[in-house]
Design a protein around this ligand. Structure first.
Ligand code: CP3
Length: 360
């Protein structure tokens, strides 16, 4: 089968493994840095390619996905690459239409409105509709030629459920939140269905060559602490536990896992007990306080405010340096506290990367 064939072709050896070392708590030569959405609209070459190709065509065409993944690495001395895709490829594989509308974001014209609508989802064979992501990952490992590790990713169950019910982004996620009170049992079915697909999907990404995985629970910000512990954390835990079981049974080496639950700084202790190697922090969390809460055995990632990228270079340099000083050199991966925004000046990326590397 396809996955066996992939392993007959060994990947080039890794030249810069600082990201993986940081995730495992080993000594690093320099603090590793990458940026969420590092391939994106702030790059003119990305905009140029997007004029020719629809967003999901880029995701579905390994050559195009690899080209876009490579774009930030040509410009900046980054310590990681992240495969170009989107969290909404899972809803697509489950049978929902997802469109990317310029200036609006994702639109799902036939959202899941009631528990009855869950019957429209097609979990059987969902993984077979996601093989293009594995193909892009395998191709990218060869194109990277070992320069930096390749990160794979997925949306987390609550975040995906939110988009699938709201039919796109939402300021409040109020329809999805109504499910939590109106249909708690169906919510559990929905979240478990998504968790099963996510575990298959992450296993496939590791088999294809992903060297680290990030789980994006971006919509955790809409949940209270109590809701986060009920509707997010248990599924995040199962993703990790089931994935580790799967990989162990198939004798596939495990890769470090990152959990990024945006807005869940209220539950860092609980996050540290989910079995993930790395916790991603948004910019509302203080680095020193976060370290005190999670203890010494977890790697922290983050957390510069994406808005800081609009500061003058000197100001940005001192903000980035101060951040690295607060986190320290051990068990730390520098990043923004959320995705880089489209208007960010390119020079800010240069300043950020250089400041992180020179801070300690
Ligand atoms: O980080 C990377 O460089 C890898 C690529 C990546 C994209 N989306 C490409 C993208 C990753 C990791 C994502 C994850 C993602 N997608 C998340 C979680 C991270 C987060 O930001 O919270 C979410 C919630 C989505 C869903 C999504 N996709 C939204 C809400 C939007 C619209 C908002 C926006 O920034 O435009 C997208 C579109 C999207 N995904 C773009 C890119 C580069 C821009 C759209 C375009 O090119 O037209």
């Amino acid at each position: 089968n396809n996955n066996t064939l992939k392993h007959l072709q060994p990947f080039p050896p890794l030249k810069n493994d600082n990201l993986l070392r940081a995730a495992r708590g080993e000594v690093v030569d320099r603090v590793p840095v990458w940026v969420m959405r590092q391939a994106g609209r702030y790059l003119p070459e990305f905009q140029e390619l997007r004029k020719q190709h629809d967003f999901f065509t880029v995701c579905r065409t390994p050559e195009l996905a690899c080209e876009v993944t490579m774009q930030p690495l040509r410009r900046f001395d980054l310590d990681a690459s992240i495969i170009f895709s989107d969290i909404l490829v899972i809803p697509q594989a489950l049978g929902l239409t997802v469109e990317m509308h310029a200036g609006v974001g994702p639109v799902l014209p036939q959202p899941i409105c009631t528990p009855e609508d869950l019957k429209r989802l097609t979990p059987d064979g969902a993984l077979s509709r996601l093989t293009y992501v594995g193909d892009a990952i395998t191709m990218m490992r060869h194109k990277l030629d070992g320069r930096v590790p390749l990160i794979g990713f997925t949306g987390a169950p609550w975040t995906l459920m939110g988009y699938m019910i709201e039919g796109g982004g939402s300021k409040t996620m109020s329809k999805a939140k109504a499910w939590l009170t109106n249909y708690p049992e169906d919510t559990k079915l929905f979240l478990n269905l998504l968790t099963d697909v996510i575990v298959d999907y992450l296993e496939m990404q590791v088999t294809a060559g992903a060297q680290m995985l990030q789980v994006f629970e971006s919509s955790a910000e809409h949940l209270s602490k109590e809701e986060f512990l009920l509707w997010s954390a248990p599924y995040l835990r199962r993703i990790r536990d089931d994935l580790v079981d799967r990989l162990t049974k198939k004798v596939i080496p495990a890769v470090p896992l990152i959990i990024f639950a945006k807005g869940a700084g209220h539950s860092l202790k609980e996050q540290s007990e989910l079995g993930y190697d790395v916790i991603g922090l948004d910019w509302t969390v203080d680095p020193v306080e976060a370290r005190a809460v999670v203890g010494p055995n977890i790697t922290l990632q983050g957390n510069l405010d994406p808005q800081s990228m609009y500061c003058e270079p000197n100001e940005l340099r001192s903000l980035a340096t101060e951040m690295v000083h607060k986190f320290g050199k051990s068990r730390y991966i520098a990043n923004l506290g959320h995705g880089i925004t489209p208007q960010t000046p390119i020079t800010s990326m240069e300043v950020l990367v250089e400041a992180v590397h020179n801070a300690l």
